[in-house]
Design a protein around this ligand. Structure first.
Ligand SMILES: O=C([O-])C(=O)C[C@H](O)[C@@H](O)C(=O)[O-]
Ligand SMILES: [Mg+2]
Length: 429
């Protein structure tokens, strides 16, 4: 068996995305992703997926060159390669990264997001070469299916008039009845039994009313509310007071560890984050100050599936819960998320996934949710198959774009509907 990497293919694509609202603006009609393929000397191809904005492509291209000639089994070596790839300082703005709303951007976070795409591709190739599923390479599954939650968004029925886009049949959700109807559809179509509402869009009283309406429509179902740090400490405590009794957790009510620690000290409602604990370096302060009780892992920005396991081990040590964050992704990433989630014993919360919002994919067969769960594949590698025609179509869309959609920019997408829109200052309420 020859595990030497002889070729690496990088294919940037644009995938359809509905008009989902968040505190920064609205999703663009098409969003960038990067599909990674590594090919071994034996002709085995492994696939991975990560962010596709230019700042990631700039790192992925030299990374891919350095990967050739190495072994797909050399996963630790990926971090050494990452250190050799330089990040343009203008890419590291001192502001929240909208591609995942995951705290402040740093050079390391950009590098780790690129590593993750290559790590997944290497694991897929290695698993295919050895005849083992990715979960086995990670130590073996502790469950046969992984539970996901319905990711509810306030949204318009369509993108603004005149904007080229794909249509869907979800309809608008801009008030409590709309949110409940969306949840009902999620339950009917996918069997989800827990619900997360993306908040920070409307004044908190409206979002409190939406959560109350969900609690009434789906009694006993775990609920989460996530305004992406849009609230002050005072507002966060008010919301915790009003809906804490029905929340599984409140996610990033306020921005940053100090504010989260203040909220945490004054409420019994568990706080979750994918914004103040986004790298290993941020763990110590947050855990020492008991700022968060649940961390949302995300293999894309923690640096891969094995780093996700390490994060989970640290959380277990400190008695902090683990859940999983998601932003726009396709089936390769859902498969990767499912494999790693299957190996984490202390994953006691349903994972987030945007996948139901994605009508397009690069796989020949979409992954499916049954009773809100994705079955853990035992096929070699990730257990997915790339559809070259679909990949080519989505890549052509990227090639045809004049550059305006190649960087995710929710504020720019919002300006199409509201010309004066700027990313709101935080705290917004
Ligand atoms: O905090 C979160 O869960 C996210 O930021 C997930 C996504 O990025 C979501 O907010 C989005 O895409 O608008
Ligand atoms: Mg979040």
């Amino acid at each position: 068996m020859n595990l030497t990497i002889t070729d690496v293919r990088l294919t940037p694509i644009l995938v359809a995305d509905p008009p989902l609202l968040n505190t920064q603006g609205v999703h663009q009609p098409y969003t960038p992703r990067l599909i990674v393929e590594v090919v071994t000397a034996d002709g085995i191809t492994g696939v991975g997926e990560t962010y596709g904005d230019t700042k990631y492509l700039e790192l992925a291209r030299p990374f891919a060159e350095k990967l050739k000639g190495r072994q797909v089994s050399d996963l630790n070596g990926l971090f050494a390669i990452a250190d050799e790839v330089s990040v343009d300082s203008s890419r590291v703005e001192n502001q929240v990264d909208v591609g995942g709303l995951r705290g402040v951007q740093t050079a390391d976070k950009l590098r780790l997001s690129v590593v993750s795409g290559f790590e997944v591709a290497c694991l897929d190739a290695l698993g295919k070469a050895l005849g083992l599923p990715v979960h086995a390479l990670l130590g073996g599954k502790v469950r046969d299916a992984v539970e996901y939650s319905a990711y509810l968004f306030y949204r318009w029925a369509d993108h603004p008039d005149g904007v080229a886009c794909e249509k869907d049949d979800w309809g608008a959700a801009l008030d409590p009845p709309g949110v409940v109807e969306q949840a009902r559809l999620f339950k009917e179509r996918y069997g989800f039994t827990s619900f997360k509402l993306k908040g920070g869009v409307f004044p908190p009283d409206e979002e409190i009313a939406a959560v109350r309406a969900l609690a009434q429509a789906f009694p006993g179902h775990p609920l989460r509310l996530d305004p992406n740090g849009a609230w002050s400490v005072e507002t966060s405590l008010k919301v915790a007071q009003e809906v804490g009794d029905v929340l599984e957790y409140l996610e990033d009510p306020a921005l940053g560890t100090p504010a989260m620690a203040e909220v945490s000290a004054a409420t019994g409602v568990p706080l979750a984050t994918n914004m103040c604990v986004t790298t290993f370096a941020e763990i110590k302060e947050a855990f020492t100050r008991d700022a968060v009780q649940v961390v949302l892992s995300d293999h894309h920005y923690w640096g891969g599936l094995r780093n996700t396991q390490q994060l989970a081990a640290i959380c277990r040590t400190f008695g902090v819960g683990v859940s999983m964050h998601s932003n726009t992704h396709l089936g390769i990433s859902l498969a990767a998320m499912t494999h790693v989630a299957a190996t984490v014993p202390n994953l006691h919360h349903a994972c987030d996934s945007h996948y139901p919002w994605q009508s397009e994919d690069v796989l020949s067969a979409r992954l499916t949710f049954d009773g809100g769960k994705v079955a853990v594949s035992d096929a070699p590698g990730l257990g997915v198959e790339l559809d070259r025609a679909k990949l080519g179509f989505l890549h052509q869309r990227w090639l045809d774009d004049d550059g305006s959609l190649r960087e995710r920019d929710d504020a720019a997408a919002m300006r199409v509907a509201e010309p004066g829109w700027v990313t709101p200052a935080v705290p917004r309420w």
